[in-house]
Design a protein around this ligand. Structure first.
Ligand code: FAD
Length: 312
């Protein structure tokens, strides 16, 4: 049977929901191991144990630049294990990391994965879930970035002790020329997008100004999402993109503002429990899947909603 290595850059006090989904998937394989580019706390180690993780390989280097350290840790962890499956989160950083390690190791990378079978066939959604593709690596290790909300979080009925090993790192894997355009993400008090119970998302209709979306999100304690039109325009980070080529969300409440509802956007949010759409065009496709549709200008509707929520 194949063995799996899960890689995390960092784990908060306890692993996030998306990280626990990766642990669940890893627990279906032999020798599930975690490699981590920082030092996890006791609570996190306990959670790892509840998924049958026997070994954690760790290495911290506050001096190393963001990205190069993670690459060194994952490379060293692969040398240390006989893993034939590497599981990564599906954010843009992890996808890039996966691609870089795939080049180094002549391995295959598959993104947007929703499952991996025991014989290492990765399943991924294609064309906004219109059909799915089964992908098998022709060259050794399979590197899979797994979409949040694809795997049901299911710890095992066990509390195994976890052995923590410090990885010996070779010289940092620094490319000959590297330009870091942006370092760490800005800290935010807002919930993580893929785990939030409420998401407020803005599209091209915000016309470059996300303040009304942000204000409503803060009134509701929600995460902020966006359509690709908004992220491509540079109005908000690509990490906020929801849809076929972005994050998949499934919150209790999804508020879509100034988003037309293209199939690629729906692919990332249509399983939300309650969808509110604000759009000034009453024929916008988003209204086909909305539980509550508001035809109007988001610049007027959103501030009214935020004021009313704060008043109550
Ligand atoms: P538009 O389609 O331009 O819609 C803007 C909407 O805002 C309109 O309905 C308009 O009526 C409304 N509006 C304008 N002003 C206001 C106002 N003041 N108040 C209220 N409403 C207003 N898209 C994604 O979102 N996520 C993806 O992951 C994604 N992946 C893709 C992958 C591929 C391979 C391809 C080809 C496309 C992908 N797209 C994705 C792009 C997608 O097809 C759409 O182009 C995109 O979702 C449109 O974004 P939008 O709805 O914000 O913009």
């Amino acid at each position: 049977m194949s063995s799996a290595l899960v890689f995390f850059s960092h784990v908060s006090t306890v692993p996030s929901k998306a990280q626990r989904e990766l642990l669940t998937l890893a627990s279906r394989f032999e020798n599930p191991t975690v490699a981590i580019a920082s030092v996890p706390g006791e609570e996190a180690l306990k959670v790892f144990g509840s998924y049958g993780i026997a070994t954690v390989l760790q290495a911290e280097n506050p001096q190393a630049s963001f990205g190069t350290h993670e690459l060194s840790v994952l490379d060293a962890a692969l040398q240390h294990t006989d893993a034939d499956l590497v599981l990564l989160e599906n954010d843009s950083f992890s996808r890039e990391l996966g691609a870089r390690i795939a080049v180094r190791r002549n391995a295959a990378i598959v993104t947007d994965v929703i499952d991996v079978s025991a014989d290492l066939i990765a399943t991924k959604d294609e064309l906004a879930g219109g059909y799915s593709a089964s992908v098998k690596s022709a060259t050794g290790v399979l590197i899979a970035t797994v979409k949040p909300n694809s795997i049901e979080d299911a710890p095992l009925d066990c509390q195994d002790s976890v052995e923590v090993k410090n990885l010996e790192l070779a010289a940092p894997l620094v490319p000959a020329v590297s330009i870091v355009a942006a370092d760490q993400k800005e800290a935010s008090d807002r919930p993580a997008l893929s785990e939030a119970r409420i998401v407020v998302a803005g599209g091209r209709g915000v016309d470059g100004d996300f303040s009304a979306v942000e204000d409503l999100a803060d009134a509701l304690g929600a995460a902020i999402g966006a359509s690709r039109a908004a992220t491509d325009a540079g109005w908000i980070s690509h990490d906020a993109q929801i849809g076929q080529t972005g994050v998949t969300v499934s919150p209790q409440l999804y508020i879509s503002a100034g988003i037309s509802g293209a199939i690629q956007q729906k692919a990332g949010m249509q399983t939300s429990k309650f969808i509110v759409a604000v759009n000034k065009d009453m024929d916008a496709p988003v209204f086909e899947i909305a539980d509550l549709g508001i035809v109007g200008d988001l610049a007027k509707v959103l501030p009214q909603a935020a004021a009313e929520i704060r008043r109550r």
